[in-house]
Design a protein around this ligand. Structure first.
Ligand code: SF4
Length: 217
């Protein structure tokens, strides 16, 4: 099967499995989404959704977040991994939003990636899910599945993103990003699969005998 054919089959199956793609991180606007995505680094969405109700109750805007300050932010987000670093980033980025962006979340990759704690993946999620701009944020699930489905050689996260963008129509990127994450969470964990368990992998690679040697993100 050609790579393009594998991509088409993957997309068909994911559309059948996940016709709806609700955003997993609870939020009410671009700012609260940005905060939730930043908090989700090295942490599950479920855990993030446990701390954000209280955080957004007291600091749902850049002004309130900046007024709350690093120490108080830390008290609320302490159950999450990397909480000290994240509290510092939230305090810093809220101040920058107020000073440079009229307390609004900017709508460009460049401006988003200039904010503390915001890398390309976080910026891509915000551009896609807050502003509807086509993007293909690559997390560990997507990096892994792209290799197991033979859609990328997994040389780097940047390469996986470029490969997936080439293979799928631009208007489907935002949906596919979530569908692949849902599939990864439900079926395809980091370890324990020889690449022959799911119908999807079996159909993509009927002759596969050995596990796929994964390159890490
Ligand atoms: S067969 Fe294994 S590697 Fe392939 S998608 Fe299923 S769980 Fe993932």
């Amino acid at each position: 099967m050609l790579k393009k054919e594998r991509a088409a089959l993957v997309q068909r199956r994911l559309d059948e499995l996940y016709p709806e793609t609700p955003i997993p991180l609870d939020h009410s606007d671009a700012f609260t989404l940005l905060v939730a995505v930043l908090l989700s680094a090295q942490c599950t969405d479920k855990k993030v959704n446990e701390v954000t109700p209280e955080l957004f109750r007291v600091a749902g805007t850049p002004q309130k977040m900046a007024a709350l300050g690093q120490e108080k932010i830390l008290e609320i987000i302490r159950p999450l991994g990397l909480s000290k670093q994240k509290a510092k980033s939230l305090d810093g980025l809220s101040k920058i939003l107020i000073e440079k962006h009229a307390a609004q979340v900017p709508q460009s990759f460049e401006e988003l990636e200039a904010l503390p704690g915001v890398g390309h993946k976080t910026a891509s999620v915000v551009m896609a899910q807050a502003f509807g701009v086509p993007a293909f944020p690559v997390d560990t699930h997507i990096h892994r599945l792209a290799q197991r489905w033979g859609l990328s050689n997994g040389k780097s996260v940047a390469q996986t993103e470029a490969d997936l963008k080439k293979l799928f129509p631009r208007e489907s990127w935002n949906k596919l990003h979530l569908q692949i994450i849902f599939y990864g969470r439900e079926f395809c964990t980091a370890r324990g699969c020889d690449g022959t368990k799911c119908d999807l992998c079996r159909d993509l690679y009927p002759n596969r005998k050995k596990p796929v040697a994964l390159k890490k993100a």
